[in-house]
Design a binder for this molecule. Sequence first.
Ligand code: ZN
Length: 241
Amino acid sequence: MNRQIKQLNHYIKISNNTVFFGGAGVSTESGIPDFRSENGLFKAKQVYGFSPEELLSRTFFVHEQELFFRYYRENLIALNAKPNAAHIALAKLEQTGKLQAVITQNVDGLHQAAGSKNVIELHGSNHRQYCTKCKARYSLEYILAREIIPKCAKCGGVVRPDIVLYEEQLNSAVTNSAIHAISKAELLIVGGTSLSVYPAAGMLRHFSGGALVMINKSETEADTSAQLVIHGAIGEVLGRL
Ligand code: ZN
């Protein structure tokens, strides 16, 4: 792996615009399990009787609200999770001017906790909650201190996480800023994602820079179009930069 780390360092050094695109694998090293993984699917069916796609759907939020919030609270919120070596390395790169943006599919806020400023959250964030009725904004702490279905202090409406549920559209402003960042990038580092989750795979098509680097434990379809492929844990790889 030494030769590959050296090559990655070189790419970062010569690039004037670097973007990182990350998936669930970036957070699993912080102890946040990937609910879309095989294990996550098994657990969801076993414990809740449904798949994550059903439990986190718009339909369940509307019609099976208690189950939705139970699953959400028990599986998507990890209060004790701390940024890992990957989050910290990316924040440092940004601070030294060598990283222009982080695009993430995670909703845990760990990039910001590590100090990253320009974070594009494709699927929203646990740290933003809002009232479905009056649109009042709340923190994660607010809902954690409330009953299972959290209610708005102002109007009594249901307070929900500002995350993109299954059957819901991605926020177009957020999507556009991600595409804009990717299309301007000279170096695109993709890590901790199999690229199977919408819209990851499609977004990569907007990249026209010189070097695509894939960092993932297992092979991905994009490996063949990458200039550099590193098969390893993302925290370990980025931690060695
Ligand atoms: Zn309200």
